[in-house]
Design a protein around this ligand. Structure first.
Ligand code: ARG
Length: 565
């Protein structure tokens, strides 16, 4: 693909190198003022000439050719208009020659990224609060993989803690295996909720729970059996939802995996001289960093969430030798990760700088926040189910003869739910409303999927066969709508890189909306089918490239792109 900044720079006679000139050239915001612009003020001193005179001298150096249409000097700027059709052909041919690989790169080759995401707790089903971490984490997984990184997806299971003592008490009192077999993790959650109601009236339940927890810790056979049973029920349950979302993990090592792996990292911290005693507990004092102390061992000798994360960080470094370790976790845990990373740094682990808390905002319902204990949870599975049912209805109305309606409805409904979690900058809080998520108009996944399917149907209707290269200087492409669309399509690589390096899939989501809108403007303004053969062929090239970018982009968000809708 032509690099216009380099191309223009190479035609200009200036006292600095072509690369330096290229770096000074910027895309013009206002298309009526050209496509690229070079400010000439900084040359004035050296050339002993007014910026405007330099600009007009440079304008004269740019003769019309295959790529350049004309140049103008305005207020000390050199404004360059590129030849629309040549530019379009250049970009479109490149995209169409790369196809499915367009947007891929190898900049991550030989490097590893660990991504901790979704990380569910045992005896709970996935709820709407898990949507952010699951969708953002999954998209980052795909983005990094697409850049050639080796990616390790980790579901750091919450499978350790006093709550499992409570679960066992609840189960022995009210557990029914048949109900649990049918209801899965939700049935476990029901008796867990009941436990909290009953424990308010009968505090002896908490004593029993403590005893059971001690038994779990000591490896008592019955306690272990029950714990493993809860774990299996939960994993079977969440895996159904992950399957619908097309989300996978490479490791399920959670908190309990580190039961026997905490001594060594703790000793390393002691050796580094950063562990102090405070009321019988072992802590790392972080006052110098304006943070509360990081509690690592309680006075009764038990470990904490932070101790397990400490062990997990070391384990990940030693096992995967990551270049980056990302934690996609809600911003409520910001302090926890700041403390963890600081402690690792104080212990002398230089890789502490490679740990990143990728935080994101809260999802709340219109009625208010959710609390699992109170039992008004909105399960992710139910949200997906409703989204799919509604998509099915819409498809039946719009396109009753579509084959595989159920399958397409699944792709559309799931896509709409995922998109709702990646469309906004991560840090934003989201108020979840079904209407917004399921809206088929506006800036939604169904809109992107529909535009993609439309591209596909245009291509099929045109029947121009396998797409050879567009011949250069096709007048049919010499217009503003086509050029804007092509320029956007040509930015895809940069967008993918930005989204990954800023851990921000929303950059890609917003870009795809821009692409779909630019495509629709192009399609309204220019007939593709029914023109002369050369025009149709050239425009089909543009439609094909658009389809490629939408499909590859949706895929990187974890959203499917059906060919028909
Ligand atoms: N299970 C935790 C929760 O639900 C999230 C775990 C995040 N990962 C980690 N390594 N701490 O809040």
């Amino acid at each position: 693909m032509i690099n216009f900044k380099q191309y223009i720079a190479s035609k200009l006679d200036l006292p600095i190198s072509v690369d330096e000139v290229a770096n000074l050239i910027v895309p013009t915001a206002d298309e009526t003022k050209g496509d690229y612009s070079l400010p000439c003020f900084r040359f004035a001193k050296e050339l002993r000439c007014a910026p405007q005179a330099i600009a007009s001298n440079l304008a004269n150096q740019l003769a019309q050719d295959n790529y350049i249409d004309r140049a103008e000097a305005v207020n000390g700027y050199l404004n360059v208009f590129v030849k629309k059709s040549a530019t379009v052909v250049d970009i479109i041919d490149e995209i169409n020659s790369q196809g499915d690989s367009y947007g891929k790169s190898t900049i991550g080759a030989g490097k590893t990224v660990c991504i901790d995401y979704s990380s569910v707790n045992i005896a709970k089903s996935l709820h709407i609060g898990h949507l952010g971490t699951t969708a953002i984490g999954n998209s980052l997984y795909k983005l990094y993989q697409n850049l050639g990184y080796n990616v390790v997806g980790i579901n750091h299971l919450g499978d350790y803690g006093t709550q499992f003592g409570k679960m066992i008490v609840a189960y022995t009192l009210w557990g029914d295996d048949d109900v649990i077999a049918k209801g899965g993790a939700k049935a476990l959650q029901d008796i867990y909720v009941k436990y909290h109601v009953e424990a308010e009236k009968d505090p002896t339940l908490d004593d029993q729970a403590r005893q059971w927890f001690v038994k779990i810790e000591k490896g008592d056979a019955e306690a272990t059996r029950l714990f493993n049973y809860f774990k299996q029920i939960t994993l079977d349950d969440v895996n159904k939802t992950y399957k619908r979302l097309n989300v996978t993990f490479d490791s399920w090592n959670g908190e309990s995996f580190y039961n026997d792996k905490m001594d060594r990292p703790l000793q390393m911290l002691r050796d580094a001289g950063i562990v102090t005693e405070s009321q019988g507990a072992q802590v790392v004092d972080l006052e110098a960093y304006n943070m509360p102390p990081c509690l690592l061992v309680k006075s009764d000798g038990s470990s904490l969430y932070a101790t397990r994360d400490l062990a997990a960080a070391l384990y990940r470094k030693e096992t995967y030798n990551f270049d980056k370790c990302l934690y996609v976790v809600a911003y409520q845990q910001a302090l926890h990760f700041k403390q963890l990373f600081k402690v690792l740094e104080m212990a002398g682990f230089d890789w502490a700088k490679d740990m990143v808390h990728v935080s994101y905002g809260m999802v709340s319902l219109e009625e208010g926040a959710m609390s699992t204990r109170k039992g008004n949870t909105v399960f992710l599975e139910d949200v997906i189910e409703r989204a799919v049912a509604k998509s099915y209805e819409i498809i039946c109305n719009k396109n009753p003869n579509l084959p595989n309606k159920q399958q397409i409805a699944e792709q559309v409904g799931v896509g709409a739910v995922i998109f709702s979690a990646v469309e906004n900058a991560r840090i934003k809080d989201i108020t979840f409303t079904f209407d917004r998520v399921l809206s088929f108009e506006g800036e939604t996944a169904p809109y992107l999927q529909y535009t993609h399917a439309r591209c596909n149907s245009i291509i099929n209707k045109a029947g121009v066969g396998a797409l050879a290269k567009i011949s250069p200087n096709v007048d049919a492409l010499d217009n503003a709508e086509t050029l804007s669309l092509a320029k956007l399509l040509g930015n895809f690589n940069q967008i993918v890189l930005d989204a990954a390096t800023k851990y921000e899939p929303s950059i890609l989501a917003k870009y795809l909306i821009d692409v779909a809108q630019a495509f629709n403007r192009f399609y309204i303004a220019h007939r593709v089918i029914g023109e002369d053969a050369a025009t149709t062929k050239a425009r089909i090239g543009v439609v094909t490239a658009t389809k490629t970018v939408l499909a590859n982009g949706l895929n990187l968000l974890g959203i499917q792109a059906p060919d028909q809708m």
